[in-house]
Design a protein around this ligand. Structure first.
Ligand code: PMV
Length: 323
């Protein structure tokens, strides 16, 4: 039996497109910031008495259909470790509201940590990131804290995360604007596949990312939050252009997403530097220097209300306990 806690991460240079669906090998590198405020704690226990895997998330027992991805992941761990028993998985997503920022990144990173330890595997962090990758691509990066890259690699062995700056030594902060959606979202898996297969602009995406990866690493070395924010915002818009230009086209934005994007631009025009990024959903995350927090927080509170805002500092890497 083992427990792991992993924090979620938000990509500043996005992963959007798989080269290999089964191994989850990405088309490009990517780079993210691990966040302090959002994390998942998961306990895994292999038990000879069980006749099937039993998965409970936030005190709710999942049925067969909803636990499919977790059970597939456990099969992979059993195959690699030689463990033959079924497992009891108990997981809690720590998010401030139910507005859907719970991420598969922290979930699969924590599951990889707890399941591999419970099965007696004792993986180093690189191999742990390779294992987490098989659950969800973005989970690869949640093994480490701070600023993390995922190297696309050539195969299962060479596609893993690498910490760029685990203890972030400058004042970058991220504020999530939680935008509710009643509509079922388009899965990132489907969204990526559609973009790769049908957007005429996908051809240039690998070049854009290669360029942005070099530029953002320079900006990180220089502790240049404005350059990091500018690169992240442009990269996010170009990623979302791949959804709008797919056939049929689709978008993760809703009207509140556009309102939040405009609020960030308006703040910038008034001389307060901040930048946005958006993932496969309507929520908007704002990047800024902590010293600018107050005017940004005040302006966004007026438009969205305090209860929709969550400020987060850089978070730490995975922790694993053998119980
Ligand atoms: O790991 P997935 O399959 O949920 O995909 C994540 C996709 C983005 O969040 C949009 C980008 C990223 O790099 O995290």
């Amino acid at each position: 039996m083992a427990t792991a806690r992993a924090h979620t991460n938000i990509a500043l240079v996005k992963y959007w497109g798989k080269r290999d669906q089964k191994l989850i090998l990405p088309e490009t590198d990517s780079l993210s910031l691990t966040l302090d405020e959002f994390y998942t704690t998961t306990t895994v226990e292999f038990d000879e008495q069980l006749t099937a895997d039993q998965v409970t998330i936030n005190d709710r027992l999942l049925d067969k259909k909803n636990s499919q991805k977790v059970r597939n992941f456990l099969d992979l761990v059993r195959q690699r470790s030689g463990e033959s028993a079924y497992a009891r998985v108990t997981s809690h997503n720590h998010v401030p509201t139910a507005a859907g920022l719970a991420s598969s990144a922290s979930a699969f990173a924590a599951l990889a940590g707890a399941a591999s330890a419970a099965a007696g595997m004792s993986l180093d962090r690189r191999d742990l990131s390779r294992l987490a990758r098989r659950g969800s691509g973005s989970a690869t990066r949640s093994i480490y804290g701070g600023l993390v890259e995922w190297r696309k690699g050539d195969d299962d062995l060479t596609s893993y995360a690498n910490p760029i700056m685990e203890d972030v030594s400058f004042n970058i902060e991220m504020l999530a604007i939680l935008i509710d959606t009643k509509k079922k979202k388009v899965s990132s898996r489907y969204g990526m596949r559609q973009s790769v297969a049908t957007s005429p602009y996908y051809k240039v995406w690998p070049e854009i990312v290669a360029h942005d990866m070099v530029a953002i690493k320079q900006a990180i070395l220089a502790h240049d939050i404005d350059a990091i924010g500018q690169i992240a915002e442009t990269n996010a818009l170009r990623m979302h252009a791949l959804t709008l230009s797919a056939d049929p086209g689709f978008t993760y934005f809703n009207s509140d997403t556009l309102r939040a994007m405009n609020a960030v631009r308006t703040l910038r025009e008034s001389g307060i530097n901040c930048y946005f990024t958006i993932d496969a959903g309507p929520n908007v995350k704002v990047i800024y220097d902590q010293r600018n927090r107050q005017p940004i927080y005040d302006a966004l509170t007026k438009q969205f209300g305090k209860e929709r805002l969550v400020v987060s500092k850089p978070g730490s890497g995975i922790k694993i306990w053998n119980d």
